[in-house]
Design a protein around this ligand. Structure first.
Ligand code: MN
Ligand code: MN
Length: 294
């Protein structure tokens, strides 16, 4: 198969996973059960999660995935971002949706959706990132909200979720889109200050290798490379016969030695909505790999 065929296959699975997420994520449901159901669904449908399902509510913008002991439930009035990654043979789709259980934040939700649509409408080979970021910022400001300016879209390559090029949500980069590139486009609209900060909660890691001394650290590192191919994973995915503390120490050693990255939860100080999909850049526009309305 050509790479585009893998992307199309992953996109179709991601669309179905979005529909499932919409139908099962309801107030009172356990966060852990929702994440696990979506992740299993991806596997049962011929893909693999490209990263753990993120369920970031309210002022949380990204990187909340439940721990194995997580007892938290979706709140009655939550504004819930569900961020889903699907990969087939390393070809990754990154997509998210926002659900407004309060039914009071429709404008904020629509602001990120409209910003995504507006961005997609100006993206094509040769278009400046400035134009894309400008379109996103304009939609969100017009609706009376702020853009989160330290969260970006990103280039995707095989087995690389963040392939080294950011696509800012503001007109701040002079880069130019190139035909054949794959980008995740992900505007965030916020009622807060427009800047996320790292929180003291971390369940997501990606490990890519390097020298570590400890026996447990070596074991965690080789398992992550074998099972997750350097893509982000959840601590709850590690099926190793060690205590939480031992795993934390091992991960700490790995990160300290530069053999991996941690992804702490990111929050703003007000409600946040997000819309995201993955596209291929074409001569006259983009091919949307996963319909962000599913
Ligand atoms: Mn995402
Ligand atoms: Mn993304």
């Amino acid at each position: 198969m050509e790479s585009i065929e893998f992307y199309i296959k992953a996109g179709a699975i991601a669309e179905k996973a979005r529909s499932l997420a919409r139908s099962i994520a309801k107030p009172g449901e356990k966060m852990l059960a929702i994440a696990q159901k979506i992740e299993s669904f991806i596997t049962e449908n011929g893909g693999r999660p490209a990263f753990p399902v993120n369920l970031s509510a309210n002022e949380r913008a990204a990187h909340y995935t439940p721990s194995i002991n997580d007892e938290s439930v979706i709140g009655d009035k939550d504004l819930l971002k569900i961020d889903i990654g699907v990969q087939v043979e390393g070809f990754i789709i990154d997509t998210s949706l926002t659900l407004d259980f309060s039914e009071e934040n429709g404008k904020l939700l629509e602001a990120s959706q409209n910003a995504l649509e507006s961005a997609l409408s100006v993206m094509k080979s040769g278009a400046s990132f400035r134009v894309v970021g400008g379109a996103i910022e304009e939609e969100i400001k017009k609706a009376g909200f702020k853009v989160i300016d330290n969260l970006n879209g990103h280039l995707i390559e095989r087995y690389l979720l963040h392939a080294g090029v950011d696509l800012p949500n503001t007109p701040s980069s002079g880069n130019v889109l190139q035909e054949g590139q794959v980008f995740a486009v992900e505007p965030f609209a916020t009622m807060g200050r427009g800047r996320v900060t790292e929180q003291n909660y971390c369940q997501i890691y990606s490990l890519f290798g390097g020298k570590v001394r400890g026996e447990t650290a070596r074991e965690v590192l080789s398992l992550a490379i074998n099972d997750f191919q350097t893509l982000p994973f959840a601590k709850r995915w590690l099926t190793l016969p060690y205590s939480d503390l031992q795993i934390d120490l091992a991960l700490g050693e790995i990160i300290k030695n530069g053999a991996g990255t941690s992804y702490p939860m990111l929050s703003d100080n007000g409600l946040v909505s997000q819309a995201e999909t993955t596209v291929v850049i074409e001569k006259e526009g983009v091919k949307v790999l996963c319909n962000p309305k599913t």
